[in-house]
Write a protein that binds this ligand. Structure first.
Ligand SMILES: Cc1cc2nc3c(=O)[nH]c(=O)nc-3n(C[C@H](O)[C@H](O)[C@H](O)COP(=O)(O)OP(=O)(O)OC[C@H]3O[C@@H](n4cnc5c(N)ncnc54)[C@H](O)[C@@H]3O)c2cc1C
Length: 378
């Protein structure tokens, strides 16, 4: 599904927009050392990491335009610390490492990746509602302090403040990462693989044959490609988001579950979990509910309208954690999939993990937890 209506594309320059559809139908390098299949944030981050590590030539192919899938519709929050209440420690460690890598890449990339530093507040009736004990990096603010920080808020609630989180425009970041890659073909779909012994010998695409040294599949959900036998359960969960018209500065930082402030005082709200809704269409009633919640929380925005509304699908495995693994049974193919709610955040760390694995021919410690074989054991 191609995401339409998101604000992210509108925030790009004409040049950046053009880069999303670069080299249509073209395979510049049909014999790459590494072929990456999928031009979402994971595929681009992996290709960039492989390229930066000097592992040889890289060809990336994307069936549609870069960022056309979940990546182009994400909120773009890079917030590991709030996940300490909901995710296992190994996962939060991956997220923390990835935010650190995002910061490094933002600095190291000419022109930057557009990373915006951001504090995060999670509203709650009392401190105990968020966790049995407050972790050291969380500051509890009582209702009076929250009211001083967020004067327009209608609710009398305290909140947990976590500093030094971040956000990106996912498409802006993706274009920046892809800029350093010499061989990117959009409008090129992988349709089949030829396997000899335990290796992928060639990949059939809509633009011709590719004979890669190694292949990495980063297709959101596990790829459906002839000749590739994968038995990894996955599905997808739809989510709606909206952005308001420019307004005065209502929020000093992300205030969950209310909204995240964007440029010009716009507010980004939503991120619904529309389980069972497989339609790619935006549902007005969901948008109305999100906007109703926003107006209830911030009565001052009553006259402010919606400028953007969209939906997209999060790729998910049953345990809501990603797969970062070598393709079972194959020596020269890797896979990452099911990044669900945190694929933007975790892309740089995943790119590094796969690059280290290809380079050393053995799994790096940070990837061991995310094996595809965990589903075979169930
Ligand atoms: C409402 C919502 C809010 C979100 N908010 C956040 C957030 O704040 N922070 C965060 O970290 N994450 C967030 N996410 C999650 C994030 O969007 C995803 O985890 C992430 O984008 C997944 O990236 P990906 O590259 O794996 O998949 P995708 O972006 O879907 O990219 C996969 C690409 O592979 C291509 N492809 C598939 N098959 C083939 C083939 N055979 N040949 C060639 N190309 C192929 C597709 O066209 C697609 O472009 C959110 C998601 C949603 C829906």
């Amino acid at each position: 599904m191609t995401v339409t209506g998101a604000i992210w594309r509108d925030q790009l320059t004409a040049e950046q927009r053009a880069a999303l559809g670069r080299d249509v139908g073209t395979i510049a390098n049909p014999r790459p050392d590494v072929l990456v299949v999928g031009g979402g944030i994971l595929g681009v981050a992996i290709a960039a990491a492989v390229h930066d590590a000097g592992l040889g030539s890289v060809q990336l192919i994307e069936a549609g335009r870069l960022g056309a899938g979940a990546t182009g519709g994400a909120t773009g929050l890079l917030i590991p610390e709030p996940h300490q209440w909901s995710d296992p420690e190994t996962f939060v460690d991956l997220e923390r490492a990835s935010l650190q890598r995002w910061r490094y890449l933002d600095q190291a990339t000419p022109g930057g990746l557009g990373l915006v530093e951001l504090d995060w507040i999670g509203l709650a009736p009392d401190a105990g509602g968020l966790a049995a004990h407050q972790p050291a990096n969380v500051e509890w603010l009582d209702a009076a302090k929250i009211a001083a920080l967020v004067p327009g808020l209608a609710w009398h609630l305290g909140g947990a403040l976590i500093r030094h989180q971040a956000r990106v425009n996912p498409l802006r970041a993706l274009v920046g990462l892809a800029d350093g890659l010499p061989s990117v073909g959009t409008g090129v779909a992988a349709t089949a693989v030829t396997v000899r012994s335990d290796r992928i010998e060639s990949v059939t695409t809509s633009a011709g044959e590719i004979s890669p040294g190694a292949v990495v599949f980063a297709t959101g959900q596990p790829p459906v490609i002839d000749g590739l036998e994968l038995n990894i359960p996955s599905d997808r969960v739809k989510g709606h988001l909206l952005v308001t018209e420019p307004a005065k500065e209502y929020l000093p930082c992300t205030v969950a579950p209310v909204a995240t402030p964007l440029e010009d005082g716009r507010l980004l709200a939503g991120g619904t979990f529309d389980y069972g809704d497989e339609s790619p269409v935006v549902r007005e009633e969901v948008v109305d509910t999100i906007m109703g919640g926003l107006r209830a929380a911030l009565p001052g925005i009553r006259g402010v309208g919606v400028s953007h509304q969209w939906c997209c699908f999060r790729p998910r495995h049953p345990d809501r954690r990603p797969v970062i693994d070598r393709v079972p049974g194959l020596g020269n193919a890797w896979l990452t999939s099911g990044h669900f709610r945190t694929g933007i955040l975790n892309a740089p760390a995943t790119g590094l993990a796969i690059t280290r694995w290809i380079s050393a021919d053995k799994p790096p410690p940070e990837a061991r937890t995310w094996s595809a074989l965990r589903f075979a054991r169930d």
